[in-house]
Design a protein around this ligand. Structure first.
Ligand SMILES: NCc1[nH]cc(CCC(=O)O)c1CC(=O)O
Length: 312
């Protein structure tokens, strides 16, 4: 086994959730590190950590609130020195992180779109369609596109949701294209154009965190960072921070590199989708101040009713 002399002379412990998607992302991360550093596969050991989000299956996550449901236990394991780094779907990582923890790297982003599963388009759904989703963003966007739709709570991992759809519990559901692709389910559903449905901030991005105090680990991880993904995702997260939102708020944001700058699109919606405030701004890479200001400006243009959704 070959690791830099500044790293421990034992396998590095990669912390991950145990869902099939989390494990696929952990594998991608381990493969990227081994390829980049010329390590044998046994240089990295996978440590599965169950999170509150994995345990609680019967309630809308929005109802439980923004309590770092997908990261808290992995954060604890990092802080306790039980793992050397953690792999997350960036979408599930809160904007405000413990000061001891750093986002060290992001893998190249996958397809950022949402996929509609069960129909080829929103127009193709029957009258008064029942759509399964537990995401406030997707629920509001669906109702904006199809005011006759009823959105019902839909949780569980990708396989569970697809099984519920197949059993006829709903007419359609929405899933991140990235998750489906990484699970080898690239043929499932139809990707929704970005001008029809803007994705969640950080959708499709895998991030790797380590302790701020562990410089050798941070450098080892930074070697596989994709800077384009990193800068766009950090800009989207800054919008979210500016809004005071969490992954439980009806917020969509996407940064795309246009030449040297980030074209940042963002929107917030009322729960019924009737009110929508959106903006597009070109901001410089790493100018998180400008991205946060964009989030604040969205709130300033919203009705008092919509603003209240972000003041919880
Ligand atoms: N909390 C659910 C979650 N977190 C990350 C993904 C998919 C992968 C991604 O968006 O990067 C999903 C499932 C989904 O939205 O379909």
């Amino acid at each position: 086994m070959m690791t830099p002399s500044s790293l421990p002379g034992r396998p590095l412990r990669l912390g991950t959730r145990g869902s099939p998607l989390a494990l696929a992302q952990a594998r991608m991360t381990a493969d990227a590190l081994c390829a980049r550093h010329g390590w044998h596969a046994d240089a990295i050991q996978t440590v599965i950590v169950q999170t509150s989000g994995d345990r609680i299956q019967d309630r809308a996550l929005a109802e439980i609130g923004g309590k770092a449901l997908w990261t808290k236990e992995l954060d604890r394991a990092l802080l306790a020195g039980e793992i050397d780094f953690a792999v997350h779907s960036m979408k599930d990582v809160e904007t405000i992180r413990p000061k001891e923890i750093r986002i060290a790297a992001m893998l190249p982003r996958a397809d950022v779109r949402d996929r509609l599963v069960g129909a080829d388009s929103f127009a193709a759904l029957p009258a008064s369609p029942v759509v399964g989703s537990s995401s406030p963003r997707r629920a509001a966007q669906v109702k904006r596109l199809r005011p006759d739709a009823q959105v019902v709570l839909f949780r569980g991992n990708v396989a569970t949701r697809l099984a519920k759809l197949a059993a006829g519990e709903v007419h359609a559901t929405l899933l991140a294209a990235a998750g489906l692709d990484r699970l080898g389910q690239g043929e499932v559903g139809t990707s929704i154009p970005l001008d029809v449905m803007l994705p969640a901030p950080s959708q499709g991005a895998v991030g790797i965190e380590a302790l701020a105090s562990n410089a050798p680990m941070l450098a080892t991880l930074a070697a596989i960072n994709d800077p384009d993904t990193f800068d766009c995702v950090m800009a989207e997260r800054a919008v979210l921070k500016g809004l005071g939102g969490t992954c439980h708020s009806p917020i969509a944001a996407l940064g795309r590199l246009e030449g040297g700058t980030i074209r940042l699109s963002a929107e917030i919606l009322s729960a019924d989708g009737q009110e929508r405030v959106s903006d597009v701004r070109d901001i410089a890479r790493r100018d998180t101040e400008a991205a946060e200001a964009m989030g604040r400006a969205l709130l300033d243009s919203a009705s008092a009713e919509l603003r209240a959704l972000f003041e919880a």
